[in-house]
Write a protein that binds this ligand. Sequence first.
Ligand SMILES: *Cc1c(COP(=O)(O)O)cnc(C)c1O
Length: 419
Amino acid sequence: MSEIIIVLMKNTDLVKIANEFGSPVYVYDGEKIESQYKRLTNAFKGVKHLKINYAVKALSNISILKLLKTLGSGIDTVSIQEVQLGLEAGFSPNQIIYTPNGVSLDEIEEAAKLGVKINIDNLSILEQFGTKHPKTPVCIRINPHVMAGGNANISVGHIDSKFGISIHQIPHLLRIVENTKMNINGIHMHTGSDILDIDVFLYASEILFETAKQFKNLEFIDFGSGFKVPYKTGDIETNIEELGKKLSSKFNAFCEDYGKDLTLAFEPGKFLVSESGHFLTKVNAVKQTTSTVFAQVDSGFNHLIRPMFYGSHHEIDNISNPNGRERFYSVVGYICETDTFGNNRRINEIKEGDILRFKNAGAYCFSMASNYNSRYRPAEVLWYRDKAHLIRKRETFDDIIHNQIAVDFSPQKKKAATV
Ligand SMILES: *Cc1c(COP(=O)(O)O)cnc(C)c1O
């Protein structure tokens, strides 16, 4: 009977968090993660068996994993360490799919030993694995050669991509399966981030269905991810509801033909966590040059590299002075290297000490953070049910030094004469 009242996170809550936990700090809105998860499952309610495997690499904090687990999600992992994190978070091995690229046979065997679902995207490794472990079910990652989005850096479906087994190599793949008598339980594709066009996705899915027909013991078909979320007003986002309707009906028709109700799987990262994240930084200095006003924050690409790495746009606003007069600023970091977060941004007037908030800071932000310039990585806070939970402490000098070994190269001092 008790109804949970969801209170949306407000700017003032963020300011309070920055005051309480210090800056810089990553804040994640648990309710946003929850609502995105529900939006996705709702869009696909037309299929009998749906499995969402959250892509851990987007944001890998163990409390985020635990939250997703309570929602019913599984996880998609790309390294043995992410598998271990998932087990640590309480996922059972069958809720974990391991989808690496370019790892050794040893690591795949280690994951298989832990009992997680294995996804292989390389014919050489597939043959070796199948020969040694013909009884272990394996999912195969196909490259349908469909370009998703327009940015070549994030399109992994093209002909010379290092990801997936080319559809042109299916005959070779089938020969390996036949020779080793291995058991293929799933077909997978992931055509990279930022799918602009539902039709592109549906087109790739047709290729996947065609491929799937060739395998008799399938349990699931995994459509990967690449759902686009808005980073600024006016951005196109994947129309999940429309995709859900169209893909579900295609999937159901396929299952009917195939003669078995398979599971439809997805492995979204960005879609589930991107918009939940807010990165809070403090303005150290406002610096006026001849043509530009710089706002210099207590962060840099050591904490949020996406703008410099991919040219990603993150909206920035001044949550300390939300009603101030708007002026133009270049927001930069404190790293001794060019680390421009945003050029020529219209932001409410900034004073030193103000807190600037970066939006869409949930996916590929903290998980790509480093200690460059020997700076500490930020704290992380999860806001859930109207309460702030510290989910990662800010680092300290011990974290910087603890694996380093200080070798003393100073000239040997003459030993004092011993008696
Ligand atoms: C990174 C990755 C994802 C998640 O991609 P998003 O764009 O964050 O949704 C899914 N599947 C695989 C195999 C990945 O490597």
